[in-house]
Write a protein that binds this ligand. Sequence first.
Ligand SMILES: Nc1ncnc2c1ncn2[C@@H]1O[C@H](COP(=O)(O)OP(=O)(O)OP(=O)(O)O)[C@@H](O)[C@H]1O
Length: 814
Amino acid sequence: MAKKQTSKQTGSVQNLFREWLHSFKDVKFQFVTGVLSVALSVMMFVAYLSFFFTGAADKSRFDIPFGEFFTDSEVKVENWMGKLGAFMADVMFNRWFGVASVGMVFILFLGGMRLLGARFLPLRKSLIHTFVLMLWLSISLAFVFVSRVDDQYLMLGGAHGYYVSNWMIALMGYTGLTIFLLVSLIIYLAVSFDGFINWFKGLFRRKMANESLVSNSVPEKHDESVLVEEGEPDDYDEESASEPDMSSLVANEPEIDQQFFSYTRSVTPEIPVEHRDEFENRLGDDNFRVEVAPLMDADVDLGDVNAGEPLSDYDETQELSSYRFPELELLDEHHSDSGEVSNEELLANKERIVRTLEDYKISIASIKATIGPTVTLYEIVPAPGVRISKIKNLEDDIALSLSALGIRIIAPIPGKGTIGIEVPNSEPMVVSMRDIIASKKYQTAKYDLPIAFGKTISNETFVLDLAKAPHMLVAGATGQGKSVGLNAIITSLLYKKHPSQLKFVLVDPKKVELNIYSQLERHFLAKMPDEEEPIITDVQRVVSTLNSLTVEMDSRYDLLKQAQVRNIKEYNHKFVKRQLNPERGHRFLPYIVVIIDEFADLIMTAGKEVELPIARIAQLARAVGIHMIIATQRPSTNIITGVIKANFPTRVAFKVASMIDSRTILDSPGANQLIGRGDMLISQGSDLVRVQCAFVDTPEVEKIVEFIGSQRAYPSAMLLPEYVGASSEGSEPGEVDLSKRDSMFEEAARIVVANQSGSTSLIQRRFSIGYNRAGRIMDQLEAAGVVGPFEGSKARQVLVQDEAHLERLFSAMR
Ligand SMILES: Nc1ncnc2c1ncn2[C@@H]1O[C@H](COP(=O)(O)OP(=O)(O)OP(=O)(O)O)[C@@H](O)[C@H]1O
């Protein structure tokens, strides 16, 4: 009884606390609090500033009793903010943290401005930094000025600094405290600022390098004075100064590479371009490290060596280095009224399950309940000799006796040998996206494309990697949570990925569902060059965008082949390590996630035209980082065809109308028994997991989009390659008018002959032109007899063997 009362009291305290938290979400409340905080911080700052000039004069006033000080109008002070100001400043300076108390004013101002909608700095980080600095500064100032306290009107370190430093001096002595303060400052800087450690190490390295250069023998060809004066590269040592061994350069030895690279980087501009090419050819196509070769060239004047820092890894985020990831505060906490399953409910359900089974002469050995957000799983161990199929057949009867919709029986639970009965909770809980994003599982997930879907039946956060999925089919009857699910997918990717690492292609024939994301155009979206709208709604545009994605896919495969890697991850790793030369068309490849809402509409209107490119992308695009998510309301076999199904191994089913629909999407029944509102089944191969989808409301998505959209962006959306329909690729060469050759015709022919590859994407890449124009040039090359006819996905055959032959062909044409 007493226990019940205590839990009731705790519940009401929790409710009060929740209400209090909720009041912060009220816009008026936020505005008023914001205005008050900013005003108070300004007043405090003025009082604080004035204290430096008026503190001495006002000091004696504080001897007057507190009540009298404030009530007696005869008592006057000098502070610019009057008695209140004098009092506040005295408290801040002398009783709290001394000069460092200004940190509190700063935080009050920042918090107030945030409530008014202005974001200068991240609030939480600023709070932590300010607090740490306040403590440190207060102790340090008190320590340094410890003997000069009594006759001063202001204690620089405040009472806090005074007492703590005195206590620490007694504890570890003056020397101990000095070391403590210095070390704590270094640790703080190292933890808080990324560049600090390198800078700190650099202090010692530079010193050591100088010493070693002065005292040791330096290879003769180096101009010692210049090297010493300009500072050595970080990892300079004698070994790297001596003649490098070519084999060590080619072998994958990162440290050595770095040394040579850093050492020779600034030499490279001195090497004639032809010279560099020679070495590049010798060492292999795309190896950035080949530029070290000129180090062996005795003619290079090393007197000009500008010993720079080692060339660090390529940072794809550099262009938008100031980009801030969305903050957790943008998401709301959604609390349903209760969401808790009472003991009574558990016991009653258990009783009913046991009784129903007994009615059918099924006895059980034990029963265990696991409470999930919307469903409770009762795990039954049947008594020996009971056939599982018998229990499964009673599904409807048990559902009837529990008078609950959406009972699902799992017989047996895979890997457990028990039978599961999932019973919906009478008061389902809403799983907030905020909780899922804040969860350790999502935060620490090392996935390439983490999707935080929601919570499983045992209340665990469910996160999957879209990069491994690798394509996803989402189905569910209208109003069962599909749109919320898509928003959860996009949100979880936005919270983890930088705009340089991920692009979305959003297709929304309904025109309303995904339109909300159009503000992300210049950060996260990809589109065709001539496309005006960032979200694709027109069916014909969808067809060309999908085809353009297949072109992008092919061109990514070409890049992977040239880089001799198997997938996007290895490719990007090589690119980041600067082992792939951007001048040879290499680029950092962002993941592309294609989301198609209402796939049924598309198939109905465009049929095979969309099905074929989708199937092609789904079959091949995984390795090159293109992933598809298609959603539909109508999971019938004419929409989700065999081809589509075979290529979309991850299936997500919200509640559907019938068992047939469930079979179409999941290959098994179950989705028809879900309870709706985000209740879903996720199938990955043979696994079927029931998950309550995280809830993210439209205003939250708007806030996230606004947060990202208002930041500095790329000049445009990522441009997909242009697509020319198959008809123009395969057009008759006779139709091409060679008197109107493209201005790049000759250059393109030379590249094709030099590479002995008739690939349109090669021309497109080399000249940075659209696919249309590159395709036209290729047709002209065919008409001129430089390349053979179009051969599908393969590059065309090159008919001209060398440049001399080509030149003869040109002169015949002129
Ligand atoms: N994960 C969830 N948790 C709680 N409630 C949800 C969840 N998902 C959806 N709902 C509720 O269901 C309603 C309908 O969801 P949603 O708009 O996602 O359905 P839908 O399947 O996309 O419908 P339609 O196909 O008609 O667009 C939401 O407004 C919300 O109230």
